[in-house]
Design a protein around this ligand. Structure first.
Ligand code: IVH
Length: 672
């Protein structure tokens, strides 16, 4: 394919992918299967790799994140991003409507648009000539921060508008996270030793404020757009509702399902009550209804006062709060030694859910709230089933309340607890702390890690109580006699358990790596590292540069891997695992036939790995890397600016892979 043909095909593919993105992300109405979509996407990736001159910043392949920034730059919004006044009950909505009609000097019932008020982070997207040029946070409304790279990673943010589009469009919306995604993210963060987010709003805002957009790319963010700043090159639309529909046609994601045009106060209240009931079933968190005068002409006439428009108001749901008593504050020791405070509550119902525990997050939060054992508190559910303590009712104190100090010792093992600079958590630094050990073994044996069936909390407790394991590698030393020391342990049960432990020795490297519980190494990162390094030994020997060269691996992960393998305890652990035959590297070598008989040629500028690394990856799987292209070549892997070898491959009709394709191929083979 010559350059001209490639350019045409690339444009065709981009349009087709964009169209399908639109159907999938903006309209939630996909028309092709995932595998058809993948095929288009791969073809585009491959063509862009072969023709680097045709790469474009707004291509749909550019959503993986870019090189990290060292700071955010300020962005001045050309039209300030206003905030909203709140109305807390139907009476205040009546007041709002009365104010609006007084200002407009009209007795007639007005038409309003009611939109769901999503609880996320407000952003602005600027499209010039249809291309996303700039993305920013709301900031103080006048000046925000430039987060273009981060917003580009969100699939429901179009990189190009659908024609015919205006010459300039500044569109505003809310970036948010679905509740299910939020909970999964927090589960993953707990597994990797990161602080969970308090609620979906913090998760969304925190994900947007990442200097490394590759981190943002992995966060399940979505956007709903609800308004505009400057728009040039099209006629203004007469109503807010038509504007929303027009924005959707330009490719933006609009919550039309949650939007209704109503008449007068009674219409607003009816919709508000309807939503209050639907609220619990929605996939995302909303905190009320935004009511806007529908007519854009009337909006202009009404204008704004101080920082909020006169033509809109937020009618908030009552918070999901309840009062109860803190019966105890306990310290919980996690797998990474983090000692976190948990409030045990007198059970209370909060909007239909019975709660008996509240998250206090960290000791700064305990100090800020000044919460004590015996306190009457207000708890609130905000997106999570586990509520937060929002306020202490100090006026109800009797004087018998007992404050809790941050730990100076680990509650489980008594060793000193230290607060690490730049972290809000206190940690127990004792590597063989029983509480940490219990969590570590629970994690090691869990279904998505080594999947040791039957090894639940009850048995783990007994293993620790009897001193049978000091670390997860000791699991492989257990004998029938050991297990017979358990309470109520029969022969059959013990046999099964030993069998399950033995079986886990064959788990692939990625699972073992995840199971070992390195900080910041979740399932996904474990898979990347396994695919790239192929064995624990090679991973242990990797330099910082080599780690950082793995796509999606940032400094946090790299440093965590380095410090893990630098620790002599952990080195000894690896030796112990190996001695028991838990060494997926040997298996990988033995199995190394996945690419047997295949010859690879690498050409062009490789950015995801070095030539030497690539060669190793191929050889490990039984393949061969060669220097020149011939009829015997099975695949050519082409980076940017590939030249004659690529031409030759095309002449000989040898399949050409992008670096990404190649990594995927290796990862797939490693997982056999
Ligand atoms: S309109 C002039 N519409 O609520 C109009 N805001 O307190 C100002 N929000 O910062 C905003 N959903 O982050 C509008 N459908 C919606 C909204 C919405 C959520 C947020 C937005 C804004 C805050 C206003």
């Amino acid at each position: 394919m010559n350059q001209e043909q490639a350019a045409r095909r690339i444009e065709e593919l981009r349009r087709e992918i964009e169209h399908n993105n639109y159907l999938y992300y903006a309209l939630d109405r996909p028309e092709i299967s995932d595998s058809e979509y993948d095929r288009l996407f791969r073809e585009l990736l491959q063509l862009e790799n072969e023709h680097p001159a045709l790469a474009e910043a707004d291509s749909p392949t550019r959503r993986v994140g870019a090189a990290p920034l060292d700071k955010f730059n300020p962005v001045r919004h050309s039209v300030p991003m206003l905030s909203l006044e709140n109305a807390l009950d139907p009476d205040e909505i009546r007041d709002f409507d009365a104010r609006v009609r007084r200002f407009l000097a009209t007795d007639e019932e007005l038409e309003y648009v009611c939109e769901m008020k999503l609880d996320g982070a407000a952003v602005e997207l600027v499209y010039r000539a249809g291309s996303l040029e700039l993305g920013s946070t709301r900031g103080d409304g006048v000046t925000g921060e430039k987060i273009t790279e981060n917003l580009q990673t969100i699939h429901s943010v179009p990189l190009r508008l659908r024609p015919p589009f205006p010459s300039l469009l500044e569109v505003r919306g809310e970036v948010y996270m679905d509740l299910a995604d939020f909970r999964a993210l927090n589960r993953e963060r707990e597994e990797t030793g990161d602080m969970p987010f308090a609620n979906p709003r913090n998760a969304a805002a925190g994900s947007l404020r990442q200097l490394d957009s590759r981190v943002t790319a992995r966060r399940p963010l979505k956007i709903f757009c609800y308004g505009v700043g400057l728009v040039e090159g099209v006629e203004d639309l007469p109503t807010q509702y038509l504007l929303l529909q027009q924005l959707q046609q330009w490719g933006l994601r609009i919550n039309l399902d949650g939007t209704r045009v109503v008449r007068g106060v009674s219409g607003i209240i009816a919709y508000f009550q309807e939503l209050a009931e639907r609220r619990e079933e929605l996939p995302f968190e909303i905190d009320g209804v935004v009511v806007k005068v529908n007519s854009r002409a009337l909006q202009r006439e009404l204008g704004e006062k101080s920082r909020a428009p006169r033509w809109a108001v937020a009618l908030k749901f009552p918070p999901r709060q309840a009062e109860t008593v803190v019966e105890d504050i306990q310290m919980q020791v996690g797998r990474t030694g983090a000692i976190t405070p948990v409030a045990y509550l007198h059970p209370v119902e909060v909007s239909g859910v019975q709660v008996s525990r509240a998250s206090l997050h960290n000791w700064d939060e305990v100090a800020r709230l000044d919460v004590r054992i015996g306190d009457h508190v207000v708890v609130e559910r905000a997106g999570d089933v586990i509520p937060d303590v929002v306020r202490v009712l100090t006026e109800r104190r009797s004087g018998d309340e007992r404050p809790v100090a941050p730990p100076d010792r680990c509650p489980a093992c008594g060793s000193p607890a230290a607060r690490i600079e730049a972290e809000v958590v206190y940690r127990c630094r004792n590597l063989s702390c029983p509480a940490q050990l219990k969590e570590a073994i629970k994690h090691f044996a869990s279904r998505r890690a080594m999947d040791i069936e039957g090894l639940g909390e009850r048995y783990i407790d007994q293993l620790l109580r009897l001193g049978l394991v000091q670390n997860f590698a000791d699991l492989y030393t257990l004998t029938l006699e050991d297990l017979f020391r358990f309470e109520r342990m029969g022969e059959k049960l013990a046999d099964n358990l030993l069998q399950a432990i033995a079986e886990s020795k064959t788990r692939p490297l990625a699972r073992l790596l995840f199971a070992m519980g390195l900080r910041h190494v979740g399932e996904h990162v474990a898979r990347l590292l396994a695919a790239r390094f192929g064995s624990l030994d090679r991973l242990a020997a990797a330099s910082r540069e080599e780690l950082l060269a793995v796509h999606e691996v940032g400094p946090q992960v790299a440093d965590s891997v380095l410090s893990f393998f630098a620790n002599p305890h952990n080195r000894a652990l690896l030796e112990q695992l190996r001695a028991h035959g838990v060494a997926p590297e040997n298996e990988a070598v033995a199995r190394g036939t996945a690419l047997a008989g295949q010859t690879f040629v690498f050409t062009g500028a490789l950015t995801r790995f070095t030539r030497q690394d690539a060669q190793q990856m191929v050889e490990r799987l039984g393949g061969r890397a060669a220097g020149s292209v011939s009829r015997k070549t099975s695949f050519v892997v082409a980076g940017a600016e590939a030249g004659s070898k690529l031409e030759k491959a095309k002449q000989l009709e040898i399949p050409v892979l992008s670096e990404e394709d190649f990594l995927q191929m290796v990862a797939e083979k490693e997982q056999i």
